[in-house]
Structures are given as C-alpha cells and as structure tokens.
Design a protein. Structure first.
Lengths: 113, 112
C-alpha cells in the first residue's frame, strides 16, 4: 500500500520566517494531494488540495509544490506567525484507491514571537 | 454552513467497557469516514460509507469495532470491550463523492 513519509517531525521558526515541510510518497498512481493543519485538541483543518496536473499552488501565504518525478510534495509557509503553530499533515490518495487518504505522521511547527 | 459535529468530545473507560461515538456530517455530503489517530500519529482510516453502504472496512477490527450509517446521514462507531491499545482520538470526516474531506473535532478516548 501507499507509504507517506513526512519530515521534519518538529520545526521551530521565528515570527516572519518561512517554514518548510516535505512529504514523499511511494505510489506513482497517486493523484490527489492535501495539506491539513491540526491545532491542539481540534480536528484537521483543510489548508489546500492539489490534483496531480498541478506543479505549484499558492494561497494566502502558503505554497505547495508537487514533484511527481521524485514523488515529493512540499508546503512552504511564508512569514509565519504564532497562530500558525500547529501540527501539519500531508495526505494523498490515488485514482484507484477510492476516497482512502494516506497520511504522513505530521510535522509540529512552533512559531515564536 | 455547519461543519462535521461529533460527540462526545472525551471518553474515559476501563478495559472491557463499551463506548459509542456519534458523527453528524456536513449536510449534503454522501461519504462519511471514521479515522483513528493515535497520539503523535497521522489519522488512519477505519471505515467509510457512501450513503448507507460500507465501501471499505478492511482496517476495522471487526471483532470489537462496528460502524453503521443506517439512513445515509449520521453515523455511529462502537467499540465493544475496549482495550488500552484503543486509546486514541477518533475522527469523523465527510465529503461529497470523492471530493475534499472535512473533519470534525474528534473524540478523545482514554482506556485505563
């Protein structure tokens, strides 16, 4: 089955800096890519979704890059602020796997003032 | 528009006890998912429904876990005879067909 690796597991940045998170996946048929944010004690908030025909997507200070050749997905938060402190998860699914999402283990981001 | 709602938010049990979790998906979403999220891990799919039909329950421990969605709207996940290894957050999500999944706040289960 699909294996999703996410790194780093923890990262700390200062307010105004960028934070960069990478996920790699194994199944070349993977077609849908998602980034979620989870704050303490809360569910997962969908940040961005990308289909496999898109290499780059930017929304509200977030940039997602997709490199299908290397099976790599990344999330860049520009100008992070303390409210961005949370755990970030990537999730992927394939055309042949129905709606089943495979998640990474998460990256805990801490943004200090 | 109301999001996915779940209850209870917290549950604490002794081993061997039973517990039920309830989920109300976003109105109009035909697909409903139950995930288990152990501490410091990503969510793992247990089961999902399209309308009232189970589409995939291959990861549901069938001897103690059961899930239903009888009218294709709300859903209940039940654990019979809970074990300490069931300690986790149980998340419900919904989507329209195979679109983006939206998650509820989860139920945090502790089995002592």
């Amino acid at each position: 089955g699909e294996q999703v690796e996410q790194r780093p597991p923890h990262l700390s940045v200062r307010e105004g800096d960028s934070a960069f998170i990478i996920c790699t996946y194994t199944d070349s048929a993977t077609a849908y890519f998602y980034w979620y944010k989870q704050e303490p004690g809360a569910g997962l908030q969908l940040l961005m979704s990308v289909f496999s025909n898109v290499d780059r997507k930017e929304e509200q200070g977030l940039t997602v890059l997709l490199n299908k050749k290397d099976k790599r997905l990344s999330l860049n938060l520009t100008a992070a602020h303390p409210g961005d402190s949370a755990v970030y998860f990537c999730a992927v699914s394939g055309l042949g796997t129905g709606s089943k999402l495979s998640f990474g283990k998460g990256a805990k981001l801490t943004v200090s003032p | 528009e109301a999001g996915v709602t779940q209850s209870p938010r917290y549950a604490v049990l002794q081993e061997g006890q039973a517990v039920s979790f309830w989920c109300d998906p976003i109105s109009g979403h035909d697909t409903l998912y139950w995930y288990q999220q152990p501490r410091d891990q990503g969510p793992q799919l247990l089961v999902y429904f399209r309308d009232e039909a189970v589409i995939d329950n291959s990861q549901l421990p069938s001897d103690r876990f059961s899930a239903v969605r009888p009218k294709g709207t709300n859903s209940t996940l039940k654990i019979q005879s809970a074990k300490q290894g069931d300690t986790a957050t149980y998340l419900c999500a919904s989507s329209f067909i195979r679109g983006e999944q939206y998650f509820g706040p989860g139920t945090r289960l502790t089995v002592l």
